[in-house]
Design a protein around this ligand. Sequence first.
Ligand SMILES: Cc1cc2nc3c(=O)[nH]c(=O)nc-3n(C[C@H](O)[C@H](O)[C@H](O)COP(=O)(O)OP(=O)(O)OC[C@H]3O[C@@H](n4cnc5c(N)ncnc54)[C@H](O)[C@@H]3O)c2cc1C
Length: 377
Amino acid sequence: MSIVVVGAGLAGGTAVTELRRLGYDGAITLYGREPHLPYERPPLSKDVLLGTKPLDAVFLHDRAWYDEHDVALRLDTAVTSIDRTEHRVVTADGAERYDRLLLATGATPRRFPEADSAGVPVAYLRTIEDSERLEAAFVDGTRVAIVGAGWIGLEVAAAARHAGCEVTVYERSELPLLGVLGPEVARVFADLHRAHGVDLRLGTSVTADDLRRADLVVVGIGAEPTIDLARDARLAVGNGVLVDEALRTSDPAILAVGDIANHLHDRLGRRIRVEHWEDAIEQAKVAACTLVGEETTYDRMPYFFTDQYDLGMEYVGSVGPGGYDRVDIEGDATVTPDGGVGAFRAFWVADGHVVAAMQANDWDASGVIRASLGTTR
Ligand SMILES: Cc1cc2nc3c(=O)[nH]c(=O)nc-3n(C[C@H](O)[C@H](O)[C@H](O)COP(=O)(O)OP(=O)(O)OC[C@H]3O[C@@H](n4cnc5c(N)ncnc54)[C@H](O)[C@@H]3O)c2cc1C
């Protein structure tokens, strides 16, 4: 049997690792559009951008590992189409047969065309090169405008302030991260960034005119799943590639994992697509099991972490489309004027049950927040 993996990112790299760990000894070919070995992206907006972690530390393995484990690497090579009848993936200079195909093509930053008309350099953050470019640009006094106060926008704001830049963040909602956290906890992030000197402009639709005052514009308004290959191959898609509990697409010979996977979540009882580091890893492990014929299902609750200034937090769970009734905050969630934050836990409750939970600066509570999901409150 031969397995082809398209997308040499976190999920693709983890899947090939797991396949070999499970004892699969058939052929594996890993295609990646980027020139790099599979790497982790979270440090690109945190430690690497802050200059506190070397770039070398982001790679899953060194090149020798792929040779030793007989993984054929096809880097700098985009797969341009999938021929499902012939079981082949096609590239600009050839094609490769597969018995099983794993799609792990990730996500692509959403563009903001208005920024291009400002006449100022515009940056996005997804790749190593993007991160290097920002790190070089972040010097004392640089005026940085950030469009979007989501996770990436806020982490970039923290790194830019750390480097002494003047930072303005523009956000359409009334609070940063409002959609994910709700007003009770989103307020902490607004206070945090303001205390660290960020000019946070909320409830505003930014114009090219606003951006002209900056030396650099960074756009962080979310990402779209990279599903062109799947869609062109007529796999079932819709906010990602639709997969079942074992991460199989509408074609049982093809699986999808990571940012592109819109999977049927048993415990949540609905479809969900998440763009999170842990989910990419854990889905890749389940997909590897499915590929070698071990029947498993993916039912982990979504998990996310962030680091901004001295605030480190983890969030687990998912508030469904019905929203939540209240948030119980335990501990001290106030931000001091110098930007300090205490330790606290937050529990989002719907119909008397915890649907999501978070800890901030309280790493002993990692297990507590996970265990709280589904409990009565
Ligand atoms: C800056 C940044 C910070 C983040 N921080 C956090 C965090 O703090 N916490 C958290 O939980 N998550 C974080 N994330 C999200 C996390 O990194 C992603 O969820 C994870 O990388 C998804 O893995 P993936 O393998 O699905 O996609 P990716 O890692 O994006 O890999 C997909 C790869 O597929 C390649 N590809 C696409 N199309 C083709 C093709 N046709 N042929 C060949 N190759 C192709 C792409 O070039 C890419 O290299 C962050 C993301 C970014 C960008």
